[in-house]
Design a protein around this ligand. Sequence first.
Ligand code: ASP
Length: 332
Amino acid sequence: MKKTLILYTGGTIGMDYLEGGLAPVKGLLQKQLDTLDIMKDVAIDLIEYDTLIDSSDINITHWQKIIQDISDNYDNYTGFIIIHGTDTMAYTASVLSFALRGLDKPVILTGSQLPLVHKRSDGWNNMIDALYAAGREDLHEVAIAFNNKLLRGCRAQKVSTYRFFGFDSVDAAPLAEFGIHINWFTKYWQKSQRFSFAPVIPQDNIKILDLSLRPGFTTDFIAETLYSTNAYAVILQTYGSGNIPMGNDMLVNAIKSAISRDIIIVNITQVNEGSVSNDYAAGQLYKLGIVNGRDMTAEAALAKLLILKSLGVTNDKIKKAMDKSLVGELNE
Ligand code: ASP
C-alpha cells in the first residue's frame, strides 16, 4: 500500500487572517485536510513542525531538519510531501534535490498563493496534485506541484507574487501537467540513481556570496567585495549570455584576485531563459578561471555549492561539477 508522509513547515496554505496579518495557525492545516476525500483513500501521516514559519524565515537549520525527517522515515513511506511557503520554496526544493543523494522516491513540495481558509484558495488543487505525484513510485526526484504543473525542484523559480501561476521552470519542461487528464511526461524524469540513499546534511558555516552585476557604482562595490571576501564561493549573476564589463579593470582584477585565493566563481545569467555561453568577447570569462554555470537558476547554484561543500568535496572537484548536470539542474 502506498504511504505518504507530509512534513508541514508553514507557508500561506495553512495560514489564517489574524489581527497582525496572515500567519500560520497550528492544527488548522490538519483540520482542513481531513475534509479532503482523497486523504481517506491513501495512507497519510502528517508531521506539523513545532514552529510553523513564513518561508522567508527558512534557514539551514530547517533544511537540516527536513532532510533528517525524510531520512528517518525513508523506509516507511513510498512518497513525501513538504508543505512550504512559496517565497523560498525554490531554494528548499533545490537544496533537497542535491542533498537527497540516491533518492528513489518522490519528494513533492507544495503550498499556495491563497490560504485554504480563503474560498478561492489554490491550495486544494496544489495539495491534491502533490498527493498524486507523491504516489508515483517511478518518480525519483524532488519536484514542485503548483498551478496544475509538476516542475523539477532544482529548475523551478517563483515567478509571481499574485497569480496562481506562481512557479515556472523556463529552461526545463514540466514533469507533468494536471488537466482533465494527468499527463505524466516520464521521458523528462530523472533515472533512478545507481547508488543507495545517502542524504547529505548541509553545514551551517559555509560562506557563499551571491552578487548581481548592475551598471554604475554597484560594479565597483562588487569589485571591492571580491577583493575582501572570505567566502568559499561566489555566484556572479552576469548580463545576457554571461557577459561582464571587461573594460572595468577594477572588476576584472578583483575577479582574478578572488580566483588566485581559490575562491570559486560561478557565472550564471540574470536573464530568466537561456544559458551562459562564450559567444561574446565580454563573455570570455572562463579564461579568467570562472566556472560556467550554464542555465542554472541562482537557487540551484547556491544549493549545489552548499551541498557539495557539505559533502567534503575539494574545490577543484566542485569547479568541475558545477557545469555538469548532477540531478537535471542544467543543460550541458
Ligand atoms: N510569505 C509566504 C511564505 O512564503 C508566501 C506563501 O506561502 O505563498 O511563507
